[in-house]
Design a protein around this ligand. Structure first.
Ligand code: NAD
Length: 259
């Protein structure tokens, strides 16, 4: 019961294959009270199912591009729960056409969308939710090794993840004054809704399985446990870091790209 007595908001559950679901499940198992959001009405039913399973009292609408929804979320949480101890940002998006083919063809529109949804949202959520995060709290975002290495088709999302990881380092200093931590968890490839938008994703899964030291792909349960550790007091000395849970794949050389 490592998370007993803690309450946290987990953003990014789309269904029970989401990485955010794996983290929510691990937190709940260790005694935390979990709060969820849903991006839109299309995803609401699936999130409700997860909410039932994890005994979540309230779910709230949140499209991170809508400032008024972020403000409303803060007010609702304050009213329904008071303060929280942790926040998970497990959100990313880039238009499908930017996640296939060559990076050189990235449009300004796709670049801006990827950066707004996948990077700025972390900054804005941290800024706006900070007043309701308890001292000693912990924030976690999800990243991928495409931030520091070439990964076929990851393209603009690799640039967004590099910006996300840099944002974590800058936010860590601002939040450190309030004894709040922030880290990024770099997960190996997992078949989720978001991943289905990446070109040749099944090839990436196969490559990773063959080339990582553990000769396997990670599961959302494994990512969930690492995420829970970073949200818990067990990681009280850890902030501003990128923590890998990718079966050791980051230790290996450049992936080869065969066209
Ligand atoms: P997912 O599709 O289950 O989750 C992505 C979430 O982003 C969804 O819940 C979706 O509703 C949300 N989202 C997208 N646009 C949004 C918006 N405008 N407002 C609010 N929410 C929005 O997929 P996932 O793989 O679990 O992705 C979660 C995070 O993990 C992402 O940051 C992703 O880049 C990262 N990640 C995924 C992998 C992987 O291989 N699946 C690997 C490393 C990192």
């Amino acid at each position: 019961m490592i998370m007993k007595g803690k309450k946290g908001l987990i953003i990014g559950v789309a269904n029970n294959r989401s990485i955010a679901y794996g983290i929510a499940k691990a937190c709940k198992r260790e005694g935390a009270e979990v709060i969820l959001t849903y991006q839109n009405d299309k995803l609401k039913k699936r999130v409700e199912k997860v909410a039932d399973e994890l005994e979540v009292k309230h779910i709230y609408p949140l499209d991170v591009t809508k400032e008024e929804e972020i403000n409303a979320l803060r007010e609702s949480i304050e009213k329904d729960y008071g303060k929280i101890d942790f926040l998970v940002h497990s959100v990313a998006f880039a238009p499908r056409e930017a996640l296939d083919g060559k990076f050189i063809n990235t449009s300004k529109e796709a670049f801006n969308i990827a950066m707004e949804i996948s990077v700025y949202s972390l900054i804005e959520l941290t800024q706006k939710l900070l007043p309701i995060i308890n001292e000693g709290g912990s924030i976690l975002t999800l990243t991928y090794i495409g931030s520091t290495r070439y990964i076929p088709h990851y393209n603009v999302m690799g640039v967004a993840k590099a910006a996300l990881e840099a944002s974590v380092r800058y936010l860590a200093v601002d939040l450190g004054e309030k004894k709040i931590r922030i880290n990024a968890l770099s997960a190996g490839p997992i078949k989720t809704l978001a991943a289905s938008g990446i070109g040749d994703f099944s090839e990436i899964l196969k490559y990773n399985e063959k080339n990582s030291p553990l000769r396997k792909n990670v599961t959302i349960e494994e990512v969930g446990n690492s995420g829970m550790y970073l949200l818990s007091d067990l990681s009280s000395g850890v902030t501003g870091e990128v923590h890998y849970v990718d079966a050791g794949y980051h230790l290996m050389g450049m992936p080869l790209y065969e066209d």
